[in-house]
Design a protein around this ligand. Structure first.
Ligand SMILES: O=P(O)(O)OC[C@H]1O[C@H](OP(=O)(O)OP(=O)(O)O)[C@H](O)[C@@H]1O
Ligand SMILES: O=c1cc[nH]c(=O)[nH]1
Ligand SMILES: [Mg+2]
Length: 210
């Protein structure tokens, strides 16, 4: 895979994604699975996060030991579907701050339309993990990262559940410096800009709106 794409091939991740893809999976199960999966994904995404040594004391003696500074991590959720990732990620990185970007995809043009943007302060010292289950045409992801870059964070990573070659190309043409973490790179896009085989409309499946 060219560019900076990390395919998360862990059996637990792949197993849960398969269950999510099935069309007869209920809203309740889909929501539970996205939460379980996001905790597993957080584990992989944070693998190379910067750490610092702190002084602690075990019951036996003093030592220096390493910690990740969770307070410097920002989980930036692309509404709506990105919110599905939040609970699971926060279980693993409880100190993270949370930002929101409201974007919807215009069904006719497939361009992203922004309606909300709120990030924590002091972004220049923070590491951002952008959350959206689907990176399809890539327009929403490009637009979200454009906007986040203007806040000047220390680093940005993007995580999704399913993507495709077209979306990855569009995203990395615009943002070659932002790694993408995903369990699946599917075949491509259909005429409506949906990932095939994909898992359908992630927002509708998480929130039961269709
Ligand atoms: O790569 P793209 O072609 O831009 O498509 C992906 C976007 O589409 C979906 O959101 P949608 O616009 O359906 O909004 P929703 O999350 O509010 O349902 C998905 O959650 C992404 O944000
Ligand atoms: O396949 C797709 C494409 C865009 N949005 C989704 O939720 N799914
Ligand atoms: Mg969206």
């Amino acid at each position: 895979m060219s560019r900076d794409v990390h395919v998360i091939d862990h059996p637990l991740v792949q197993h849960k994604l398969t269950l999510m893809r099935r069309k007869d999976t209920s809203t309740k199960s889909f929501r539970e699975l996205v939460q379980e999966l996001s905790a597993l994904l957080a584990y992989e995404i944070t693998r190379d996060m910067p750490m610092q040594e702190i002084d602690i004391e075990t019951p036996l003696e003093k030592m220096k030991s390493r910690v990740i500074d969770g307070k410097k991590v920002v989980l930036a959720s692309i509404l709506r579907a990105g919110n599905g990732f939040l609970d699971g990620m926060l279980q693993v990185i409880p100190g993270a701050r949370v930002g929101h970007i409201g974007l919807y995809r215009d069904p006719a043009t497939l361009q992203a339309v922004e309606y909300y943007f709120k990030m924590p302060h002091d972004m220049h010292e923070r590491d951002v993990i952008v959350l959206d289950p689907m990176l399809a045409t890539g327009n929403s992801a490009v637009s979200a990262v454009d906007r986040i870059k203007k806040t000047g964070p220390r680093s940005i990573r993007f995580v999704c559940l399913v993507t495709c070659p077209e979306g990855l190309k569009t995203f990395h043409d615009a943002h070659p410096d932002v790694p993408v973490y995903t369990p699946a790179v599917d075949r491509g896009l259909n005429d409506h800009g949906y990932i095939v085989p994909g898992l359908g409309d992630a927002g509708d499946r998480i929130f039961g709106t269709k």
